[in-house]
Design a protein around this ligand. Structure first.
Ligand SMILES: [Zn+2]
Length: 451
């Protein structure tokens, strides 16, 4: 797509304070249901057509309007002179994030009187937990993996290193350092729509492993290599490549990366049976530990989507790298015989029991409410399974194809060929639970209990 980016403006409120750096910024958290929900942010809003009518630049006018609306100034009849908004830099969001935004950031220094009551005034539908914080303290919390920051917010906070930033500092941004310990780089990959990207993760900071280099696109493969080299030049050490499972959109970039780096490949013991043309240097089994200097990563076998599926769990930060266990949006294909519904449900429950704070999936943005997300995935599958059971009970005997129109009557017909595979996985699961029998491609309902 070549749509031009949507313009937006961000306000970074600042006040003088008796802290180490002598001032604080007001940050908030993006609410549920938004892109990057749970990430820290400032007051950001779109540039509207009417913002162009002002004498000032549309971005500055949008920033002024946004602040007056969201901080309750408009309501209180308080005006803001737009000249008080000092531009500090701009950022264009990457294409993988969906709609592309071009954002200009402005610092707004508030006096004591203006700053008082700001946290209460901010609209709670747009801002969770507004808090005044010393930028150095904010960065420290980020380095300790206590908060998530998107790239521009991280850069803005870093800009405060030597006091309140001068107008028009350039925000140079590299990749997506979501938390102090972990880096995310979405790359174009041969995946299933609606996804177009597979997230490659650098798990760990000083020592790190590269998870799922799945891009077959040479420009994106080069971008990954460049990111690895940049880390190396800072003294960080790549230890190995790790594949969460053998699907092509998770491994297509391994060869390119290995040719340039000689890195070992670590994967599940069954991985090379599935693909053949890879040498696995270390076989990762359930409970294995990957020692990365400042943190311990635990390997968890999570079969279901694929029989060689692994998750990596960062015990220190309570974060898990979950491959295709879940996606941020949509569901995961369970395609027998590699895919197995009973195993899949058990894997979802297992990761849910960990009580993680963040999940990093292979497709989509980080999941910041893991318990809700995994709970939804489990109940969604169980609902579907009861629909499958009801359809088979009524038919008595049927093939998966015969049931798809009934079981998936709520999804687009074009998805049915794919849905039949998950439907088959449900039928096999019912068979394993003794509720159905399988014979010559047909399934027969055998459960006498009317459940
Ligand atoms: Zn997969």
């Amino acid at each position: 797509m070549t749509d031009s980016p949507r313009e937006s403006a961000g306000v970074v409120p600042v006040r003088r304070a008796e802290t180490d750096s002598g001032f604080q910024v007001l940050w908030t958290r993006r609410p549920e249901g938004r892109f990057l929900s749970g990430f820290r942010s400032f007051v950001i809003g779109r540039v509207e057509d009417t913002d162009a009518d002002s004498n000032d630049s549309p971005h500055r006018e949008a920033a002024r309007r946004e602040w007056c609306e969201e901080a309750g100034w408009e309501h209180a009849g308080r005006a803001l002179d737009a000249q008080r908004l000092k531009p500090i830099g701009e950022w264009t969001s990457p294409a993988w994030a969906g709609e592309v935004y071009h954002t200009r950031f402005f610092v707004l220094e508030l006096n004591e009187d203006e700053a008082a009551g700001c946290t209460e005034a901010l609209d709670p539908r747009e801002h969770d937990d507004p808090e005044w914080i010393d930028p150095a303290r904010a960065l420290e919390r980020w380095r300790r993996d206590e908060v998530l920051l998107s790239p521009p917010i991280l850069r803005v906070l870093q800009e405060f290193d030597e006091g309140i930033p001068a107008p028009e500092s350039r925000l140079e941004i590299e990749g997506f350092q979501v938390s102090g310990g972990h880096f995310m780089l979405p790359l174009r990959s041969p995946t299933l729509p609606p996804a177009e990207y597979t997230n490659c993760y650098f798990v760990g900071r000083d020592d790190f492993v590269i998870v799922d280099p799945g891009s077959d696109d040479s420009a994106d493969q080069d971008m990954l290599l460049e990111a690895v080299r940049r880390r190396k030049s800072r003294g960080h050490r790549a230890r190995a490549i790790v594949a969460t499972h053998h699907h092509r959109d998770h491994i297509a970039g391994i060869e390119h990366l290995q040719q340039a780096t000689d890195l070992e490949l670590w994967a599940h013991p069954e991985f090379d049976e599935m693909v053949g043309d890879f040498d696995v240097d270390r076989r990762l089994a359930d409970g294995d530990r990957i020692d990365l200097k400042d943190r311990d990563i635990v390997v968890l076998e999570t079969p279901g989507h694929a029989s060689d599926h692994l998750n990596l769990f960062d015990e220190t930060a309570q974060r898990a790298f979950v491959g295709d266990l879940v996606a941020t949006e949509g569901t995961i294909v369970i395609d027998p015989p590699g895919g197995h519904m009973g195993d899949y449900l058990e894997s979802l429950r297992r990761i849910r029991r960990l009580g993680c704070e963040v999940l990093f999936p292979a497709h989509g943005a980080p999941v910041t409410a893991p318990d809700d997300h995994l709970g939804y995935y489990i109940s969604h599958r169980l609902d579907r399974e009861s629909k499958v059971a009801a359809a088979l009970r009524q038919a008595g005997r049927a093939r998966a194809d015969d049931l798809v129109s009934r079981v998936y009557d709520d999804v687009d017909e074009r998805v049915w060929p794919l849905a039949v595979r998950s439907l088959t996985a449900h039928l096999i699961h019912l068979t394993e639970e003794g509720r159905a029998r399988r014979e010559d491609g047909y399934f027969e309902w055998t459960d006498s209990l009317n459940r």
